[in-house]
Design a protein around this ligand. Structure first.
Ligand code: EPZ
Length: 421
């Protein structure tokens, strides 16, 4: 297993290009199942999760090819040979469950393995099944698989989700595009990746309104046609790299960044003493002066502070002046980066879903272990600012969500290299 060696090397400066959003691409790809005509995605990120979704769609019989070094994904699901998403694939990547809604809508049947738990939590699918059942699907759990059917097709309905789940919103909206009649989805998630999905579905002929708000209305149509769609910028990669000049000092411009993607996050950076300026090309980030200031953070569904930036923000706050309280309200076990940061001299007290961080002047490099995707990059950020060398092991977690990390950070003056293991 590869590892990454990072050596604290002072202030950063230069530009980092931000890729297309992993979490948009992972819901846009299954949308190909809704039409027998080709769907092409541009600005796609080059990530192992995208390779996993490609393998899943191909296992169903869809044609998926990547062009331009992986930045273009051309798909067609004219003839499928299977409607089963196998445990071997789903257990590796929960987002595989996003084939459930499209398969049900187009073929009236789907067999999708329950993802099983993952490092950050149990991650059940009850919100997905409740919504699809509201549209008339019959879903039964057998041998760890959801067996879903809608022999007479799906029928639009009014459904209010108990929690604004991102994936459940995506599955229900995709399914509703081909249902008979109108669906009104209440307490829908508002993430930019959902807005991007709806924009793509509309290009395919879907009739949808309200995306980005808590109520999405979908008029079912008989069929969807092909389209070409550009994947939205990845707001989590953007926020992650915004923290590099924040924790190291200096000034970095994040190409493709827009304030609209990271509103609540930027408010917290401002309170911590970090300046963010929107330019024609992206977002320019620099530390105002002196030490970063402690701030309290609570993760919430969009437009609140994103849970996917909590680990990275904790790394910054480990070096802040004062004490910060971080509350993780989305997942039940998303502080596994804390003990690893503690190995670097951080002072963090975790009690259930709350982590209290007392800032220290400077972290010290140490061998640490990545436990999940966002924890891995939190440790790299800490290593960029730490004294001495940090070796982050198990970087396969990193490859799931961050393309070309070493090159992007080297490009702004970081001392970082990948060690083949
Ligand atoms: C999406 O996961 C993202 N993944 C996650 O990003 C992100 O952390 C999460 O949304 C929250 O923003 C993709 O988009 C591929 P949820 P998802 O359904 O859809 C509970 C990353 O790092 N829940 O909004 O699975 C669930 O257990 C990943 O890129 C139910 O109880 O998130 C969790 O506690 C990590 N029942 C909470 O809701 C359900 O049926 C939020 O889950 C579904 C979810």
């Amino acid at each position: 297993m590869d590892s990454i060696l990072v050596t604290g090397n002072g202030a950063l400066s230069g530009q980092i290009p931000i890729a297309g959003a992993k979490n948009a691409c992972l819901t846009l790809m299954p949308a190909t199942l809704l039409s027998e005509e080709p769907l092409t995605l541009t600005n796609a990120p080059r990530l192992s999760d995208i390779k996993t979704m490609t393998a899943l769609l191909q296992s169903l019989g869809a044609e998926v090819s990547t062009l331009q070094d992986g930045q273009v994904i051309a798909m067609s699901s004219h003839d499928l040979t299977s409607h089963t998403a196998d445990y071997e694939i789903v257990r590796k990547m929960r987002a595989s469950n996003l084939v459930l809604g499209p398969l049900l809508a187009r073929f009236g049947q789907a067999v999708v393995s329950l993802p099983g738990g993952c490092a950050i939590g149990a991650r059940p699918m009850d919100l997905h099944t409740e919504g699809l059942e509201a549209l008339g699907a019959e879903i039964e759990l057998k041998d760890g698989y959801l067996h879903a059917s809608a022999p007479r097709g799906l029928t639009g309905a009014v459904h209010e989700m108990r929690f604004a789940s991102v994936g459940a919103t995506e599955n229900i909206v995709m399914a509703a595009t081909l249902a008979k009649g109108t669906t009104v989805l209440k307490n829908a998630a508002r993430e930019p990746e959902i807005v991007d999905l709806v924009e793509c579905l509309r290009k395919m002929g879907a009739q949808i309104s309200g995306e980005g708000t808590s109520t999405i209305e979908i008029q079912g149509v008989d069929r969807l046609h092909g389209a070409t769609h550009q994947v939205v910028t990845d707001r989590i990669e953007l926020g992650t790299y915004m923290l590099a000049p924040a924790i190291c000092g200096g000034e970095v411009e994040l190409l493709g960044g827009r304030l609209s993607l990271v509103g609540a996050f930027v408010e917290k950076l401002d309170a911590a003493g970090i300046d963010v300026e929107e330019t024609a090309k992206g977002l320019k980030v620099r530390r105002r002066n002196g030490r970063v200031q402690a701030v309290d953070v609570t993760t919430e569904p969009f437009p609140g502070f994103p849970t996917d930036l909590q680990a990275q923000m904790m790394a910054l706050l480990c070096t802040a002046e004062g004490t910060s309280v971080l509350e993780e309200k989305i997942f039940e076990n998303r502080f596994m980066h804390a003990p690893e940061l503690t190995r670097m001299g951080a002072r963090i007290d975790v009690q259930g879903g709350t982590a209290t961080v007392t800032g220290v002047g400077r972290l010290k490099g140490a061998p640490v272990m990545a436990t999940d995707l966002r924890a891995s990059v939190s440790l790299i950020l800490a290593g960029l600012a730490a004294e001495g060398e940090t070796v982050v092991s198990r970087v396969y977690h990193l490859d799931r969500g961050y393309e070309h990390v070493v090159q992007k950070l080297e490009g702004v003056g970081a001392k970082i290299e990948r060690i083949k293991g």
